[in-house]
Ligand binder design. Sequence first.
Ligand SMILES: [Zn+2]
Length: 349
Amino acid sequence: MTSIGGPVVDFRALPKIELHAHLSGSISRQCLHDVWLKKKEVGETDLQDPLIEMPLGKHDYDLNTFFPLFSKYIYNLVNDAWSLTFTTLSVLRDFADDGVVYLELRTTPRAMPHAGLTKAQYVQTILDAIATFEAETPTPSLRTRLILSIDRRNTLPEAREVLALARQFQPHGVVGLDLCGDPARGGIEVFAPVFEEARRDVPDLGITLHFAEAAASGTEEELTMLLGWRPDRIGHVIHVSEAVRAAIIARGDMGLELCLSCNVHAGMICGGFESHHFGEWWQVKETVVVLSTDDVGIFGSPLSNEYALVAEHFGLVRADICALVRRGVDVIFGGDKEKQRLRGILWSE
Ligand SMILES: [Zn+2]
């Protein structure tokens, strides 16, 4: 709660929308610990306790330590249908408890060979968990949709497979396509035909791209190419030149998924919260800024806290906060009916 510049805002009660959250990175450490305990009991894991691997309170993962945490640890713990369902349900509960009313969760389809799960079954398992969650709540306040990610380390055939899965599961809750992964990895021009095909042949599939996360992925050449793929939204938007900034503004109504705690804790920006580029964007009328958590399981800051942070560091008052949430509805991928539902429940000051 804060009362800076106006009436007190209960940021947890404030109905919010979350558009940039990675499923595996949103799992709480307690939930990972519960999975580990269960697997340990039946002799299914040799991994170390997640609470030792990722101590509670440790949030300073940088780009060098962040990605191996998934490839070497989390993916080896969450490696079958049971743990995928269990962790997805836990993530949904956490977002709902934090006052999120609309969530676009993203994930890179991952086959789980030892559990006999194909990539399609991986996606289906998550969609089933979402359906279970919504069915279990009499009047679910949280609605969840799925975005499938192409990882920068994917091959072209793998990227094509992600698009094929997005098309296959579009009628069942997949609403978008993403480009994610280690920004140090180059060669992403290989994916151009996939995103071009998505834009051309599946116009109602949203496109969002991790954009200028690090200096290596913030070259004018890369960013111009990514804008050429005509994304609806871009994430992070850190290392942008004046020319790229002007190009983003000229596009009109581009969604900017900004993740303050992630960027500060991971040392992706210089300085603390007050120097985050949220300050340069939130009042730009030609763009739509959406506060997002990226990986709340890693960086430990729920969406309610991200709103508290911008109130504290950038002086947003209650009216600004409500307007910021409402504006985000314009760039969700969930369709007009969902936009209507949200406009009915979001606060208007
Ligand atoms: Zn991300």
